[in-house]
Each structure stands twice: as structure tokens, then as C-alpha cells.
Design a protein around this ligand. Structure first.
Ligand code: HPA
Length: 272
């Protein structure tokens, strides 16, 4: 059987709604409440988009929305496929290739992450300035994608203009946004304190299990990328507590209004 094609998935999306947003947002933990602000025009389950994987983690729905945040048309992806679920990288990044085929120009990725930077507190938000890929794989490994660069430049993975919009959006929401380097691990175990000490020496400010594959593939496809983390916990050995998914979800719930306001303001500024 032929593997699923992003072009076919994009063609399916185009039949669902005449709306043609230039901006897409992927919601991670801490940001799902943005859906409460979204004026939904149409939604579709990932199960009904050919090639989209079904998320299996609680707190990660699998639904794509056509709608408006403020006045701005957006595609919102609620839920993502993680590498730790066992998907190959092609599946983890399939949605991003679909967005590119659909005609999306700008992609905002959001996630939950553990904080390494000593200045960070649980509940802070961090705009990504760069990343370290320690997932052990590169999402572009494999046959080369026709018409796309084999060797992708990642000097400016996270777009300066979109980053600036995030900071302005944060200010409008009276949030002080942190900035820093996101280090991606494959998970699903959390890190050891020794790993966290090593990652801090490598220059990481936050650690998480997503986003980097999507950002790299988006850059290969020529999309502009921005990303923001909800620091749901302090990383292992920095936190006084042991780590748990329950703590991640608790913090995400506590700051959900802020996460939603940040994304709404971003979408509104994006239009101007
Ligand atoms: N480590 C890795 N991924 C995470 C964490 C963490 O501490 N918190 C939320 N996602």
C-alpha cells in the first residue's frame, strides 16, 4: 500500500471549509483553552483525515479546527503525535507536511516543558529562540522529499518577526515571557537529575518531548515557525518534588487563561 500523502490530506481539508488561513497553531498542554476563544467554522477529527495519527495521551484530543481567533483566520490542531508513542518520524510530522501542502505560511507550535533555567517558575511561558535536538533521530532522515532541500539550514529556525509578535502578545496579556533554548528528548520517561545538569551545561533552558521534529520539517517546507512552551514544572533535580504528568496537567490548568490570551493576542497582532 502507498504511504499516506500530505497532498491528499490537504485536499481533504480544502473540501471541509472554504476558509484559507495562512496561520496554523498546534496546541500543546497549557494552551488548549485557546479553543474557548476560537470562533469555530468547521472541525474534523484526525481519524477522518487520511494519514493523521490518533493521539493516545490523555489531555491531547485529535481534532483540527477551521476558525477565527479574534478576526484572524486560523487552523488549530488540538493534539499531536509524539515520537514516544512509537510513531515513526514521518507520522509525527505528517500534519506539518499537510499544513504546508494546504498553503499555511506561518506555524505556531506550543508545548509543555520542564524548566532548567534557574530564573524560571512553574507557570511561566518561554518563547523559543533555538533548540537542541537530543531525540536521537533527525526527522528528515530517509528518502529525500521531492522538490525540497535535502540539507536544511536551521540557523534561524524560529522566525524573528513571529517571535516579536509573541512578545507583544505577552505584553498585552500582562505576561512576562521568558525566552530560551528548548531541548528535545524522545521521552516518555522524564529525565534524571544528572541528565538535567548535563543539559543545563549544554545551554538548554527547558526540556520537552515534542516540537523539534515539527519545527525542522516546517523549515524544510519553507514555513515560518514560532514556538512557545508552558513551563509546567521545574526539571528533575531542580524541582523539590518528584515529577508527574499530574503536575504537568495541574499547572497547565492553572495558567490556561494566560495561555489562551497569549495565543488570541498573537493571532490578532498577526493580522495587522
Ligand atoms: N521533561 C520533559 N518533558 C516535559 C517536562 C519535563 O520535565 N515537563 C513537561 N514536559
Amino acid at each position: 500500500m502507498k504511504p499516506p500523502q500530505p497532498q491528499a490530506a490537504a485536499a481533504r481539508l480544502k473540501k471541509i471549509s472554504p476558509l484559507r488561513p495562512a496561520l496554523a497553531i498546534v496546541l500543546g498542554s497549557g494552551f488548549h483553552h485557546a479553543l474557548a476563544e476560537l470562533h469555530v467554522e468547521k472541525n474534523v477529527a484526525y481519524a477522518d483525515i487520511p494519514g493523521f495519527p490518533q493521539p493516545t495521551v490523555s489531555g491531547h484530543a485529535g481534532e483540527l479546527y477551521f476558525g477565527r481567533l479574534g478576526q484572524t483566520p486560523v487552523l488549530v490542531l488540538s493534539g499531536r503525535a509524539h515520537f514516544y508513542e512509537g510513531h515513526p518520524m514521518e507520522r509525527v510530522t505528517f500534519a506539518v507536511r499537510t499544513l504546508a501542502a494546504f498553503g499555511i505560511r506561518d506555524l505556531l507550535l506550543t508545548n509543555a516543558a520542564g524548566g532548567l533555567n534557574k530564573k524560571f517558575r512553574a507557570g511561566d511561558f518561554m518563547v523559543l529562540t533555538d533548540h537542541l535536538n537530543l531525540m536521537g533521530v533527525n526527522p528528515l532522515r530517509g528518502p529525500s522529499a521531492p522538490g525540497l532541500p535535502r540539507f536544511v539550514d536551521l540557523t534561524e529556525t524560529y522566525d524573528a518577526k513571529l517571535r516579536e509578535l509573541l512578545f507583544r502578545a505577552g505584553k498585552l496579556a500582562r505576561l512576562k515571557l521568558q525566552r530560551g533554548v528548548y531541548l528535545a528528548v524522545s521521552g516518555p520517561s522524564y529525565e534524571t537529575p544528572a541528565e538535567i545538569r548535563a543539559f543545563a551545561r549544554l545551554g538548554a533552558d527547558a526540556v520537552g518531548m515534542s516540537t523539534v521534529p515539527e519545527a525542522v520539517v516546517a523549515r524544510q517546507c519553507g514555513l515560518n515557525v514560532a514556538a512557545v512552551s508552558c513551563i509546567t514544572n521545574l526539571a528533575a533535580g531542580i524541582s523539590r518534588n518528584n515529577l508527574s504528568h499530574a503536575e504537568v496537567l495541574e499547572t497547565a490548568e492553572r495558567v490556561k487563561q494566560s495561555g489562551a490570551a497569549l495565543l488570541k493576542n498573537f493571532a490578532e497582532l498577526y493580522l495587522q
